[in-house]
Design a protein around this ligand. Structure first.
Ligand SMILES: Nc1ncnc2c1ncn2[C@@H]1O[C@H](COP(=O)(O)OP(=O)(O)O)[C@@H](O)[C@H]1O
Ligand SMILES: [Mg+2]
Length: 284
């Protein structure tokens, strides 16, 4: 399927070949990550996962449950040391380093006793910014990104979509160039999810961050991404990487276009070899 500009694990993408010739440095590079969880039964979660992502890209990881997507994020965030391999950011080995990426888990994990504004500034406070200054900096963003007027409310009073906005804004204001989002919209209803995707693209283009996004939803991955990594079932490996060459900004009706359908089908084909039940669920 040349039309997709794909690269299998054994081929090199244009960007990867530039990397090898040293003419460019990846923003994020994972080199040969393997992860074994030792226990009564050892679990090989990842096997030789390598990827290279250029600055400012929106990249999705898709693959069946248990293929190690969250494990990759935990390693990138420095929360877990890989059994083998290394993480490079801007060419520097940062394996095991904490605080080099902003990481948002599927559950929004807002602190119930803090107002929306004080939740959003949490990352800034962790970075050492005085509370008053952090509040003053964050407030305009709340207004710009659809949380204006809610700043003094507590998370329990917000809708699921609003809570995810607050959690995403907090992650973005943590002042990291790289953002990891692990199924951030998984728990939202379909309409809210679509609105959140557009909101996220807006925020991504405003902030110019590099985003890695995990999702089970193939349409979501194609609509949002510049490139997609498809993983195989456990032990997780990169099965294929391909660019999504759809012009931006992407109107919503693009999901009905034939060129969109080609990407959707390609993802489904890659996934269906592995996990028919899950693909059926994500295609529904
Ligand atoms: N701390 C851990 N100890 C043992 N096994 C784990 C641990 N974390 C993850 N695993 C296992 O590793 C595999 C990959 O998990 P995970 O990265 O959460 O997958 P995904 O996010 O793709 O669903 C799964 O089989 C999971 O049960
Ligand atoms: Mg996961």
């Amino acid at each position: 399927m040349l039309i997709l500009g794909k690269t299998s694990a054994t081929e090199s993408s244009h960007f990867e070949s530039e990397l090898m010739t040293g003419s460019t440095t990846a923003k994020i590079e994972l080199r040969g990550l393997s992860q074994v969880f030792y226990g009564e039964r050892d679990v090989v979660a990842l096997e030789s996962v390598s990827l290279a992502i250029a600055a400012g890209r929106f990249v999705s990881l898709i693959g069946p449950s248990g293929c190690g997507k969250s494990t990759i994020f935990n390693i990138l965030a420095g929360l877990q040391l890989p059994t083998k391999g290394a993480v490079f950011i801007d060419g520097e080995n940062v394996t095991g380093g904490i605080g080099v990426v902003g990481y948002m888990l599927q559950k929004d994990l807002l602190l119930p006793w803090r107002t929306v504004l004080d939740n959003v500034i949490l990352g800034m406070e962790i970075r050492g910014m005085p509370v008053r200054e952090a509040r003053a900096q964050a407030l305009p963003y709340l207004y710009k990104y659809g949380l204006g007027g809610f700043e003094k409310q507590y998370p329990a009073t917000l809708s699921g979509g609003m809570r995810q906005r607050a959690a995403l804004l907090r992650t973005l204001l943590y002042d990291c160039e790289i953002i990891l989002l692990d199924e951030p919209f998984g728990a939202l209803d379909a309409q809210t999810r679509v609105r959140m995707q557009e909101w996220l693209l807006q925020i991504w283009s405003d902030f110019g961050k590099t985003i890695i996004f995990v999702t089970h939803d193939v349409d979501e991955a194609v609509y949002l991404s510049d490139e997609i990594y498809v993983m195989s079932p456990r032990p997780g490996r990169v099965k294929e990487r391909f660019d999504v060459d759809l012009a931006r900004p992407r109107p919503r009706h693009l999901v009905n276009a034939p060129e969109f359908a080609v990407y959707r089908q390609h993802c489904l084909d890659l996934l269906s070899h592995d996990a028919p039940d899950e693909v059926a669920a994500s295609a529904a």
